[in-house]
Design a protein around this ligand. Structure first.
Ligand code: ZN
Length: 327
């Protein structure tokens, strides 16, 4: 067990409990971010939370109602509605890669051989090697979760969303956040600023290398240069929801900046199973009748049979699912 260290926030004088394993910690009274040595970290951003608990509850109910249609989901109970700030590192950079290699193609060529009566054309496949000399030049936004081996529901999707919506991130404002919801939970960050930059660098190298490999049969040389334009610590407001239906717990993750459902679990009810079992049965009966009338031709009934079997596989699969996941 690690020892908790006492720290006094130089901004608001509030006492802060710091876990020595945290690479970044926040003053929960004013929101200020600090690196583990106690220095302030200025590039602290957030995707603004725009929704209150009441609005989140309504979105969740609407989601269950819509997705639970035909499943007969009634009498569920929301047991958890927890707003958390997921910590991410975002490294922006100008990346440049120059790669050289070759690409092997197969080409069909037609040529004329012989003369007079023996004159004829032959088609042959020839292998062609072409040199490749290309550049990749791009402005990048690389996003990393600030925690190791996390099991937070929906975090992979949040990472993708942040990558595309980073331009909407604004400097962190504690008061503004508190106006929407007072209970936001700051999750600790274990990945340090240096480690984040190193991981971002590796991500750029790997991505450019794999793009070069896709463009070439063989890469001879691949050199990447990265110029960082900024490293940001970005909090993303995520609501973690749990609801209980027939003694089973289901999870939903909701993005507080847009109200979008990041991921959600929906119970597979008996009614849902029966519906799909019914559809599958009708499908096979329909296929059988169809084949009987198409009997004069022997290809069509086979084609129909294959189509019915494939569709039947997908409809029947729903009958045996334990839970539906909506993303
Ligand atoms: Zn403070």
């Amino acid at each position: 067990m690690s020892q908790i260290v006492k720290f006094q926030c130089p901004h608001c004088n509030a006492p802060v409990d710091v876990n020595p394993e945290d690479a970044v910690f926040n003053c929960i009274s004013c929101g200020q971010a600090f690196l583990s040595d106690g220095t302030e970290f200025k590039n602290h951003y957030i995707l603004d939370n725009k929704l209150s608990q009441k609005q989140i509850r309504d979105i969740v109910k609407g989601f269950i109602k819509k997705k639970g249609f035909m499943r007969g989901i009634k009498g569920y109970k929301i047991t958890k509605l927890e707003p958390i700030l997921m910590p991410f590192w975002v490294a922006t950079s100008d990346a440049y890669t120059h790669y050289v290699g070759y690409r092997r193609y197969s080409e069909t060529k037609t040529r004329t051989v012989g003369s007079g009566k023996n004159r004829r054309t032959v088609t042959e496949s020839v292998t062609v090697y072409r040199p490749v000399d290309q550049e990749i030049r791009e402005k990048r936004v690389d996003v990393l979760l600030g925690r190791r081996g996390s099991s937070m529901y929906g975090y992979r999707k949040v990472k993708q969303i942040l990558q595309s919506e980073f331009s909407h991130a604004v400097p962190f404002n504690h008061e503004k956040l508190m106006n929407t919801e007072k209970e936001f939970n700051y999750l600790s960050t274990e990945i340090s600023l240096d480690a984040a930059n190193q991981l971002a660098k590796t991500a750029v190298f790997d991505d450019h290398r794999s793009r070069a490999e896709r463009a070439c049969t063989k890469v001879f040389d691949c050199a990447t240069q990265i110029a960082y334009t900024g490293t940001y610590f970005v909090h993303t407001p995520v609501w973690q929801i749990e609801y209980v239906f027939q003694d089973e717990t289901y999870k939903i993750a909701l993005l507080g900046s847009s109200g979008k459902i990041i991921a959600g679990e929906i119970p597979v009810t008996t009614r849902f199973r029966m519906t799909f079992l019914g559809i599958t049965t009708l499908l096979f009966i329909g296929g059988g009748i169809g084949s009987y009338f198409l009997g004069a031709d022997y290809i069509l009934p086979i084609v129909l049979g294959v189509i019915v079997a494939i569709m039947g596989f997908f409809t029947l699969k729903n009958v045996f699912k334990t839970v539906s996941v909506v993303e």
